[in-house]
Design a protein around this ligand. Sequence first.
Ligand code: 13P
Ligand code: ZN
Ligand code: NA
Length: 283
Amino acid sequence: PLVSSTPLLRTARAEGYAVTAFNVHTLEMLQAVVEAATELNAPVILQTTMGTVQHLGADYVVAAAKVAADQTHVPVALHLDHCTDFAMVVRCIRAGYTSIMIDASMKPYADNVRETLRVVEMAAAIGINVEAELGKVGGVEDDIAVADHDATLADPEECVRFVSETGVPTLAPAIGTAHGIYKGDPNIDFERIGRIASMVDVPLVLHGGSGIPEDQVKRAISLGMAKMNVATELRIVFTDAIKKVFADNPKVDDPRHYLKPAKDALREAAKEKIRMCGAANRI
Ligand code: 13P
Ligand code: ZN
Ligand code: NA
């Protein structure tokens, strides 16, 4: 069965690694991620954006994720990423998601508290995880776009207040990473990660995982990041493999002939991220 990500992330934080959370958009992507985690004995989080829920349907995503979870020995959680819509939160919980990100980070602090609290109360009654964001992660993630000059970092004092006022079990503080591939190096405020981690004991979430150099990923995790989100790199790896098939042979007309190489490429890319997060052989 799908499990809540709360205990997975608490253990990760306590033991100094991060659970890798992968955004998936198709059945093959979902399968490849769970196969990667299975091969490496790693806990794993499958996640979908609101756009993917609209594209596939929450029930289809849950059905596929449940089958994958039932066929592996590693714990698998299913998370709704960056959700700004309470109705979709409820729909996904009813469908069987085991973790929800309610993202009201673009709203004033008091609204963020109120919306997060509402989801935390419901999720706690059901035994699933909740993630909320403080500050604003830059870049583009599906329908959410934050210009560089609007990206703001999370204030450590506010993190303390937010966690105590909402009881949120996991927190994504903006610390300088961005969605998408970085133009140069990311500008991560490591000192801020350390300060936040020393002040709040919930597992912290690193958004914008694509394009962060390995040494910086490791440093962020050593300071308290217990979940790393990866979306863009997987999309690129998957799509590039398909493009290559067609470049080599434009006559291909069997979906299996381009989805199989894409799935294989994605599995290898996911394994690299899992290893980078120190999550291999934790089961
Ligand atoms: P990337 O697209 O940079 O991997 O960010 C992923 C993310 O934070 C999803 O919430
Ligand atoms: Zn994100
Ligand atoms: Na990124």
